[in-house]
Design a protein around this ligand. Sequence first.
Ligand SMILES: [Zn+2]
Length: 214
Amino acid sequence: MAKVGPLKIRSFVWRLYQGRVPVTSNLITRGVNIPTVACQLCTLESEDVDHLFVHCPISSQLWKMTSTWLGFPLDAENSIQSVCSKVYNYNGTSLRRKITSLITYSTIWTLWKTRNDWIFTKRAKTIGRLMEEVKLQSFNWINYRSSNLMVSWEIWCKSPAEGVKTDFVFGVGRLICRALVDSRVLWRSAFFQVLVVLASLIVFDFNMLVALEL
Ligand SMILES: [Zn+2]
């Protein structure tokens, strides 16, 4: 899958691909005492990686909606490994590969957050709400975390695969701004030091002028 989106999410999806995220079946294997083995989203079957992220009725419905919106079928796979492999092997343009990866990350992360929200806060969400989260989250990743990708919210909601543009000048500008923000402490410090030097020179020159006049 393409290197887009937050590192934390990419790392999570990599662990998910290897079956190493803390779903109920994995926790039980590790000897953790769990009150119920049922899936937290549907309560119909036991929770393992493939059920939670692929076969659960809620996940399945979300993948259907995501696939329709993206224009790339990810809703007919038998396992989460198969979903990730399909995205990884997608033979589209570089930009379309990035968008497809980003939306896959967003769908997976939304399912995981929804599952955890239900466990810890008992807040249920409608499937429409989950789809909105997939769109908004991926939109934010595109606009605020990619170096040179940008899209408007209206176009993103309508056609994510077509609407994203790359802009070299915009990308360079954003990188410079980010570098300045990232090094703001150093920048402030350097700026302060330059000010001190300039002030010293002015004071020295003033003193010299006064001395010469005398
Ligand atoms: Zn389920």
